[in-house]
Ligand binder design. Structure first.
Ligand SMILES: [Zn+2]
Length: 97
């Protein structure tokens, strides 16, 4: 479902254990492992999370878990978000390339 280009295999591969991360420029991206070589693969996602489609239930920040983050909470680099919403809507929001 979500593919990325593996530099080692030199082909598009299915991202294994994909995780959403927020880059320094606040752009969302997917990272995970190549199922063939185990290399870390990476892909940008086009759009930012749309709050209409994805409710952020928690933010995982290092060893910390921020449950039900306040509206003024800002997403930081390498935060992981626990989101609620229809999977297809979330996928539409973040996985379109
Ligand atoms: Zn690979």
């Amino acid at each position: 479902m979500s593919e990325a280009y593996c530099l080692k295999c030199r082909m598009m591969v299915e991202i294994q254990n994909p995780e959403m991360v927020i880059l320094r420029n606040m752009a969302p991206a997917l990272t995970g492992l190549c199922p063939i070589s185990g290399t870390k693969v990476f892909r940008f996602v086009r759009r930012r999370l749309d709050p209409v489609y994805a409710l952020v239930l928690a933010i995982e920040r290092g060893d910390e878990l921020i449950a039900l983050p306040a509206p003024e909470e800002r997403i930081q680099v390498e935060d992981k978000l626990v989101c609620y919403g229809h999977l297809e809507s979330i996928a539409d929001s973040i996985l379109q390339f």
